[in-house]
Design a protein around this ligand. Sequence first.
Ligand code: ZN
Length: 243
Amino acid sequence: MGPDLARALLGLVLPVACAGCDADDVPWCDACARLLSVVPWRCEQRAGRLDHLDGRAPLPVWTSADCVGPVRRAVVAWKDRGRADLTPTFRSALADAARATAATWPRRPGEVLLVVPAPSTAAARRHRGADLVGELARGVVEGTTGARLAPVLARRRGGDQVGLGVRERARNLHGQVVVRARGRRVVEGNRVLLVDDVLTTGATLAACTAALRDAGADVVGCLTLASTPVPGATRPRTPVALG
Ligand SMILES: [Zn+2]
């Protein structure tokens, strides 16, 4: 077997380019890794659907990156192009984000915090072969003392969100996110932290929050991997390195 054929065969089983910037021979290069190894910051003001419109403050949402450039490319590759090899990278970014923000979440001493992943549609899980947001939530549990994974939310059938505008997304989601029957007992009277991959309009998190509050949970906030900047409103953030 010649070296070219060997490389071609290896390329079939191993990713050979950075998912963020196409750098050769690494799945995720050091320069792209630095984009996620940052102090998380609050991004809920970008997502209009998170406003309760009743005077209450919107749900606090922390994120580690603007969903632009290499981060956006990598997230798309991870979700839709089979780059499941990025799961440990993103999971550990969420663990770091949890460690950096845990002190700001309201908690009573010794209280267990339930970590709830935003639910994917069954079609998305089939397409991806995994519950990717569930993996991010595992990262949050790893980075949080006294936290427990509680995948209590489910999505009813009702179509994908791709290509829909803000209002259509919200309408599409209304009533589609539910707490599973056995999950109600788990969350009632407990504090909950939500986890999602990307904050865009906030429609998903608003639907998750409403379902959890209906079930008697106290939703303290949300951690996301990345957040989509509002066009023209804010420039991408300058990351501040962790540690
Ligand atoms: Zn890269």
